[in-house]
Write a protein that binds this ligand. Structure first.
Ligand code: HEC
Ligand code: HEC
Ligand code: HEC
Length: 465
């Protein structure tokens, strides 16, 4: 045999051995295991915890010269964008995994972006083979159906990362009626000029369409006002999550010096107590009388009525194929393809997690270049509450429901149009330069998220500049 053919034979033999070894180490979880265990196994084998956790299990070569810098970088970035530990714990303890976590795993494994190829090169067992991918996707589907049953959607859309808004959520009608009055009542402010509705007008999509809201004495706040519509679906309230419930949230603005400026709730109770008719109707529902607890409870109850079902998109998910235009359907596909639906997931298309603003590019550095102004307190995001460095610049993902009506955008209100908000999301969160025609399609899709309040399509009395 010629020398060259011997070489070729040897090479082929090596490749065959490698291929067999590759198959042997890349074990697909047994289909007999429950979904949570199957998923946990692929994530463990995939090394997700090596890069996406606070205590990474570093590989044996982590101290090798060139590897060291690279690994440190991957672990830092990986943990910054996604902490897999809560998901792993939930899977191992048989508890509910996060809806966003499921969407992130589903998306990154189905498009093959994770685990990083460099990692798979060194860790053969981590590669996601077709069989493993199928097992993961089936497990995600099963877990979703179990913990987030999508009973409103048509069968073919039951496993979407986004779910339709229910027609209503349970609330106490008598309390909500009082809450409605209080929500529109300027007596909740020190000088009687400002009510909740001043900044969250119901006929202006639950926002004020200002970059920063104007409170008493025309004082400006430091972050953009999110909408009150569908706020009941958020896991916490405020950009930094400082209120755990709607009632707790409603206790904030009246005492905020730049919003409603009262010294205490006693002051508010005293003012309302002068109104005998109101006190009478209030004590019928709340025998314990007026207090911060009962006032905020009534407002929270009213806010549960502020849901906006029946958007064109929801009708589409429920099976009405004609509800979306072709452009909007394409926009929805792009929305999923470009990872948007991983963070903007669930019923509210957001409001489920805190996410780092500027995952792929430094948003704040770029903003400083165009705005010539530095960082503000509001930019700290979740960090303001936890003082944990990883939480800096991390915000509760806003809802995208009715987003076409809630300009300007982002926590800093710095983005005037929806189109720009989309393009910047693609750049800073997903690391993509989205083409203008694609941004247009996504925008058209987001316009289909405008829902109905009290049976009428939501509109906004303000007009966009
Ligand atoms: C070697 C380190 C490493 C491993 C192993 C790894 N990741 Fe990542 N991951 C990163 C880094 C770095 C980023 C951010 C930048 C990037 O995507 O290149 C990231 C980004 C992500 C994102 C954000 C969006 C995306 O798709 O880019 C998700 C979701 C994700 N990883 C999931 C996973 C899962 C699930 C696994 C395990 C199957 C995994 N990763 C394994 C380092 C890693
Ligand atoms: C002066 C304007 C102003 C007034 C008055 C005001 N808000 Fe707000 N509201 C804001 C701003 C700004 C934020 C965001 C603040 C933050 O996240 O730190 C906000 C946040 C909220 C949120 C959280 C939404 C989310 O997605 O996180 C709710 C709910 C809310 N307000 C309801 C109310 C209620 C109820 C009242 C009356 C008791 C009220 N607001 C009064 C400006 C105002
Ligand atoms: C990693 C999570 C993540 C991904 C992926 C993501 N977003 Fe966001 N989105 C956020 C967060 C967090 C904010 C709030 C940012 C801020 O206020 O600074 C936001 C804000 C927005 C807003 C503004 C909403 C408002 O009321 O201010 C729009 C619109 C939006 N995203 C659309 C998209 C689109 C379209 C995509 C895909 C191209 C996308 N997002 C991808 C987390 C994400």
């Amino acid at each position: 045999m010629k020398k060259s053919s011997k070489l070729i034979l040897a090479l082929v033999a090596v490749i065959v051995v490698l291929a067999i070894a590759y198959r042997a180490v890349n074990k697909t979880p047994s289909a007999d295991l429950p979904a949570n265990e199957q998923l946990a196994q692929v994530l463990t084998d995939g090394g997700c915890m090596a890069c996406h956790s606070a205590q990474p299990e570093l590989p044996f070569y982590a101290n090798w010269p060139i590897a060291k810098g690279l690994i440190e970088q991957h672990v830092k970035e990986g943990y910054n964008v996604f902490d897999v530990t809560p998901l792993m714990n939930a899977l191992q303890n048989g508890e509910a995994p996060g809806e966003v976590d499921l969407a992130k795993v589903e998306q990154s494994l189905s498009n093959g972006s994770m685990p990083m190829s460099e990692y798979c090169l060194m860790h053969w067992g981590s590669s996601v083979t077709d069989a493993k991918r199928e097992s993961v996707l089936a497990a995600v589907k099963e877990l979703r159906a179990k913990y987030y049953p999508n009973t409103l959607a048509a069968a073919e859309f039951a496993n979407e990362p986004v779910r339709p808004i229910p027609d209503s959520v349970a609330y106490d009608a008598d309390k909500a009626k009082l809450g409605d009055v209080l929500y529109h009542d300027t007596r909740l402010s020190a000088d009687g000029t400002v009510s909740c509705a001043t900044c969250h007008g119901l006929n202006t999509a639950g926002v004020d369409n200002k970059r920063y809201s104007e409170g008493i004495g025309k004082q400006l706040g430091g972050v953009n006002a999110p909408t009150v519509y569908n706020a009941c679906f958020n896991f916490v309230q405020f950009w930094d999550g400082r209120a755990g419930t709607l009632a707790e949230q409603a206790g904030g603005p009246p005492l905020n010096p730049v919003e409603m400026g009262c010294k205490s709730f006693d002051e508010i109770v005293a003012r309302l107590s002068e109104d005998k008719a109101f006190v009478d109707s209030f004590t019928v529902v709340y025998p314990e009388g007026l207090s911060q607890a009962t006032i905020t409870d009534a407002i929270a109850e009213f806010e549960k009525t502020l849901v906006t079902p029946n958007s064109a998109f929801d009708r589409y998910l429920k099976g009405d194929k004609t509800a979306l235009t072709a452009e909007q359907t394409e926009g929805y596909d792009l929305f999923k393809k470009y990872d948007c639906a991983t963070c903007h997931a669930g019923v509210n298309m957001g409001g489920l997690t805190y996410e780092l603003m500027g995952q792929r590019e430094n948003y704040f550095e770029d903003r400083e270049l165009t705005e010539k102004s530095g960082l503000t307190d509001g930019d700290n995001g979740r960090w303001a509450q936890t003082k944990i460095e990883r939480d800096r610049y991390r915000f509760k993902t806003p809802t995208l429901r009715n987003v076409a009506l809630t300009w300007p955008y982002y926590h800093d209100g710095s983005v005037p149009t929806l189109n720009e908000a989309i393009t910047k999301m693609a750049k800073y969160q997903v690391g993509r330069a989205i083409r203008a025609e694609e941004a247009q399609k996504v925008e058209s899709f987001l316009e289909a998220l405008t829902g109905e309040y009290q049976g009428k399509l939501l509109t906004n009395d303000n007009t966009q500049q």
